[in-house]
Every structure is written in C-alpha cells, then in structure tokens.
Write a protein that binds this ligand. Sequence first.
Ligand code: SAH
Length: 398
Amino acid sequence: MKIVRIRPGRERSLLRRHPWVFEGSVAGGKADAGETVRVEDSSGRFLAWAAYSPQSLIRLRAWSFDEGERIDAAFFARRITAALDIRARLPIASDGLRLVHGESDGLPGLVVDRYADTLSAQFLSAGVERWKAPIADALMQATGATRLYERSDTSARQREGLAPATGWLRPGDPGRAETTALTIREHEWRLGLDVANGHKTGFYLDQRDNRKFFAETVRHFGFARVLNCYSYTGGFSVAALAGGATNVMSVDSSGPALERAAANVALNGFDAARHEALDADVNQTLRSLIEARQSFDAIVLDPPKLAPTAAHAERAARAYKDINRLAFVLLRPGGALFTFSCSGGISVDLFHKIVAGAGLDAGIDGLIYARLGAAPDHPMTVTFPEGEYLKGLVVLKR
Ligand code: SAH
C-alpha cells in the first residue's frame, strides 16, 4: 500500500472530512493515476484512503475517512446504494434524476443521471476512471437500468490528464443501442433529450423544480409574454406554456438544442404558433429587443458556467451583470426575472450583489420574490460547500 504524507498543518481539511487535497499540501509519496493510497499526517497518523491523481491540482480525493474500510468493488456498490437510498426518500417529480452527484455522494468525480431506463455517466477523476468497470457493474445491478452511456468529455477530465471517453459502457439490447434519444417525464410534462449529443449527460436536471416554480409563477401573475434566454432544449419554455403564457421566445446559440425545444413544445401538445426559437447570442438579442422596444412579462436567464473557478469570477461578474441589466430593461413593470448562475466560482452573496448592481444600472428596483437552488437530487453537504453551485433569484420589477 503506497503512503502519501501531508505537510504539517495542511491536514485540517481532511480532518473536517473535506475530500480534496491540493498539490501544494502533499509532502511526499507518489502513486499511479487513480491508485488508492493511504494518506497520513506528518506524524504518520491515518487521515484517509484516497485516489491519487498525478496530473491534477487536486492531487488526492478521499474515498473514506475510516481506516478499517477497504476500497474495493464492494465499497463502490455500498456508496452507490447509499446514494440511491437517499434519492428514494427525496421528492423527485420525474423519471429523470441525478443518482450520483460526485463528492456530495462520497464518490469524487462520478456523476450519474438516470433518464427513464437509461443511465448517463461522467467519470471525471483519475480515481473513478480506474474503478470504471466495477462502478458500471454496481450501477447496473443497483438501478435495474437497461443501459449505460458514458459522457466523459468535459474539461474537468482534461485537468485530470484524462482523454475524453464517450459511448455505451453497457449497451443493453443491441437493437436499441443506436438510439441515444429518449424521453423523460418531468412533473406533468414530457421532455426529449439525447444522451450522446446533448450537453453534459444530456439534460439539465438541476433546474427541475425551478421550471415547475416558473410555470406556477407565470400562472399566478397571468404572465403572457415570456423570454427564455439560454433555453437549451426548452424546459423553461414548456413550463411557461404550461403556465398559460401566450407567447414564448427561446433563445440559444445551439441549433440542435432549439430544434429539440420546438419538438418538446409539440410533444406537450402546445400550438407551435405560441413558441418562437431564435438561434442567436443572448447578449446581442437582448440589445436588439430593447432597440425594437419590445418588453416581456417574464424573463429567464440561465447562462452556462461563466466562472468555472473563483479565478474567473471578476470577468464573469461583468458578463452576468451586463445580461441582467439588459433583462431588467426589457422587463415590464410588475414582471419577473428568473436569473441564475451555475458557476462554482460565484458565491450566493456575490451573485446577489451582481444582480443588485445590474438593477441599479438599469434604474429599477425590485422585490426578491424567491431564492432558488438546485433540485434535491443534486445535494449539498455540510462538509463539501463546493457542492453549492446553482443559485437563482426571482426578482419582481416594481
Ligand atoms: N435553461 C436550460 C439550460 C441552459 S444551459 C434548461 O432548463 O435546460 C446553457 C445554454 O446556453 C446552452 O444551451 C448553450 O447552448 C447556451 N449558450 C451558451 N452561450 C450562449 C450565448 N452566448 N448565447 C446564447 N446561448 C448560449
């Protein structure tokens, strides 16, 4: 068993059960990519069992803080079962749900989403890469899903020194393997997605409950004209139509995402005339809509991760502020802005300040009607605050 020693004083985060050790905190000891090591403090005391990642700034990711625990196939089966057990107790109004949410489920670097009978997984750390086969077996066994697709094609994987990997890990029935498009049921809606060609694992499950709240808000206030910015496959657009909006515009820079948005509008039985899909940059679209003297009752702003880490926060803050300012201008008095940030590098506090600054620049004031986060199958834990990434504010313009 290889041993990795931590510099004096740097063991504090592991003692608080935070799973990461950065490169600079390692005093000595080496291992292969993903190999399990025994982590000790400078006096040789056991701290954790962890996966070693020679190329990542996050050099160690802890599997367990229990010295008696063995990191083997059974360990992964236990952690997966524990993640499923929690989901079974949570209110999740969908057959599309996040089964494993990385560090927050004690499986650093592993993301698994379930879409009806199909699993879609990301192996984002050297540790889970090494244990991929037993993890895939445990997932199939514990979930009863028929097939498992791999979407290990993110920049996080590059930072671990791992090449992208995509395709069926467990193809199921060979006749069906060709089809990567499928449909989930979310609340009372049906939504199509594609595990091979969509973003991330195929769909943004974390916004599930916010889409429902959006539908309810549109209905409650009787909002008619809705602008859904960064619409992706139109989840919030379907929600708006379900809430009674007469007119919804989806804006995204991805043509295929917009095609699916239109298909999702049809799948839910809404008249295509109530929905418009615009393949364009959001910032520019907001400016042209202002120039054209348009206004909306409700606007959704759900941009991609503009600040992947805290180092990008300042530049990202300006970009967030700009789109929020433009959206405030476009919103009619009494209307609602649903604004989000999924950047880990932007804290709840900072996001609030950015939106406040945008309101000030736009010359408007508003009521903070709700504060939103990710759906509960994307858990945050007490020991891993980095798990809080998605935050949203609903502002009612005065
Ligand atoms: N709200 C969506 C998820 C949004 S993900 C949902 O509920 O499913 C962010 C989206 O922003 C992606 O679809 C991406 O294609 C789009 N995007 C990224 N940069 C953009 C830009 N500059 N202008 C318009 N869309 C953009």
